[in-house]
Write a protein that binds this ligand. Sequence first.
Ligand code: PEP
Ligand code: MN
Length: 355
Amino acid sequence: MDLKTTDNSWVNKFPKPLIIAGPCSAESESQMLETATRIKATSAEVPIFRAGIWKPRTKPNGFEGVGVIGLNWLKKVKEEFGFQTATEVANAHHVVAALAADVDILWIGARSTVNPFTVQEIAEALKGTNKPVLVKNPVNPDLALWIGALERLLSQDVKNLGVIHRGFSTYRKTKYRNIPNWQIALDFRNQYPNIPMLVDPSHICGNRTGLAAIAQEALNVGYDGMIIETHADPDAAWSDAAQQITPEVLADLINKLQLRNSDISAFDDEMDRHRTLISDLDFQLIELLSHRMKISEQIGMLKKENSIAIFQPDRWKIITEYANQKADETGMSQEFIEKVFKAIHEESIEVQNKL
Ligand code: PEP
Ligand code: MN
């Protein structure tokens, strides 16, 4: 069996979208039980309860998880409320302890996925398990590493697989804690449509305000569900306080999600028509760009023959001005048009440089 043919029946046993919720970290028995009680009391359908038992923290001496004692609390959550349970494993000891405590679903964290030695160790410890194992994307934008982690699991006969898109680190501060880089996840999806994919809005956003939008976007592109950090008292959480939400806020978020059907057969014809038009316009755009580049090449020759600098700031200023004006007239965002023209202009300069 290879990754393309693993079956995803484990995920089909859950309602769609599959929601995994629970605190970033298990902190105490009462925190776990209160969070579980309140999730259960809402109208939202949450079949799986998450909690980190061992926490990968950026700096030492902080709270690094309660350790194995937390596994008893997960067990209680399962027995008293009927949730399935999920936790992160980051080495072979974690795997042994989590399997012994009968945690139902395990995930490999983003900081572990980057390290092939770690993934190999975890995979070997999991050998042959039927429990679903979810692999978070590595913190760096490396699709091959993400796929490699799944291949390591599969080669140890771990067949019930899934992935979690939790965003990617950047040095530059953005509005996200980890930028989504949707293209990487969608490339994964294109290559392995059979492997269930969840989104982790909590670690993408790093705050509470962006969660709903990310969750909805993921559903719009056909993800199977999500994992969302949920805590009885988010502000007092021992880790990731800023991004956790209460069970009641979670329920509200879930109830507002709109599920899209990935089966478009019902309006196939209309969709086909629109797509034909779009493709036609795309071809025209490319033709126009090619035409523009050829003219740019002629300008480049003139500049070369007359020893004129390739980049002419005055000319670029004029282009930006008319592009902005046209953007306004046609109701498009100036920001978008500027991006497009920057790319075109850069390519023009490149073409002229090559002469
Ligand atoms: C987590 O889910 O709490 C976690 C540590 O996530 P990540 O591995 O995505 O940072
Ligand atoms: Mn967290």
